[in-house]
Design a protein around this ligand. Structure first.
Ligand code: ZN
Length: 301
């Protein structure tokens, strides 16, 4: 990647962790070596590696918890990669990488301090303070999706109840839409009942009342949490990304109303809520920025 965020090489492969960690690891290392070789062929040399990982990552780059990639639990990923590839490595949570990408190249460019929220299968979060990731003492900061919005509410995968993730993620939108569906529809039964977040979005865009209600509920709880964060930190903004944010306008009215009525007016007026700008590129650019910061600190660049 160059200074303006241009990506020189990009390649994707499926994680397929079900085939076992050794197979994944072999593919991943060979992928890193291939990128290094491609770079060398174009006159580039690789000085460092930045990586966004979907899980809880310690400041040292050890994987503390990986709910969707369980074989990585407890792995000293940073140290192992460094030993294999031979360059300095920094590993952070994937939403932190996305936030850093938006901070330097996307919707967070005008903010020094902002919250990044990703709405997808879950609700991810990352706090950027002074253009840097705020990790917290154990690297676990920013988990906005697991702030409780409804005491005794829906059971969450984290073990708690009533977390924001249970009201604003894609699966939550489907569940809430289904709950309202039978209340709103007087005839037709389950015909056309949305099965996926995409179908809920499509129904809402057609004006279907249950689907619109699901987005209204999601916006209300997002606004409730953002108001609490505005009161606590007086941030400049929130950048909202992830698949669900493609229909950002559907939940913004209830989100903004809740934020404005719950937060102190100074903090509410200051806090802009904007959609992410980079899509899937944010994590790539953020990971590259991580490597750059690491090398700047050590004087290697
Ligand atoms: Zn939770």
């Amino acid at each position: 990647m160059c200074d303006n965020g241009e990506v020189f090489f990009q390649e994707e492969f499926a994680t397929d962790i079900d085939a076992g960690l050794p197979r994944f690891w072999a593919r991943f290392i060979s992928f890193c070596r291939k990128l290094t070789e491609q770079g060398a062929a174009q006159g580039f040399s690789i000085h460092g590696l930045g990586l966004g990982f979907p899980g809880l990552v310690s400041k040292e780059g050890d994987i503390l918890k990986a709910p969707n990639l369980a074989p990585f639990n407890g792995m000293p990923l940073c140290g192992r990669l460094r030993a294999e590839i031979g360059v300095p490595v920094r590993v952070v949570n994937d939403v932190n990488a996305v936030a850093l990408g938006e901070c330097y190249h996307g919707a967070g460019r005008d903010f020094s301090d902002f919250l990044m929220v990703t709405l997808g299968t879950g609700v991810g979060g990352s706090l950027i303070i002074g253009h840097k990731i705020w990790n917290g003492i154990d690297g676990a900061a920013g988990e906005v999706g697991h702030i409780a919005v409804k005491p005794g509410g829906h059971l969450c995968g984290c073990g708690s109840r009533g977390c924001l993730e249970q009201y604003a993620s894609g699966p939550a939108l489907v569940r809430i839409c289904r709950q309202f569906w039978f209340r709103c529809k007087t005839e037709g039964g389950a015909e056309g009942l949305p099965q996926t977040a995409k179908e809920v979005a499509d129904a809402a865009l057609r004006g279907q009342p249950a689907a619109l209600k699901a987005y209204e509920v999601a916006g209300k709880y997002l606004g409730q949490v953002f108001a609490g964060i505005a009161n606590l930190l007086n941030l400049e903004g929130v950048v909202v990304g992830g698949g669900v944010s493609a229909n950002y306008k559907l939940f913004m009215p209830s989100l903004r109303a809740e934020l404005d009525c719950r937060a102190f007016s100074v903090s509410a007026e200051r806090m802009k809520v904007v959609p992410a700008a980079l899509g899937n590129r944010a994590g790539i650019l953020g990971a590259a920025q991580l490597a750059r910061e690491m090398l700047d600190r050590t004087g290697a660049l």
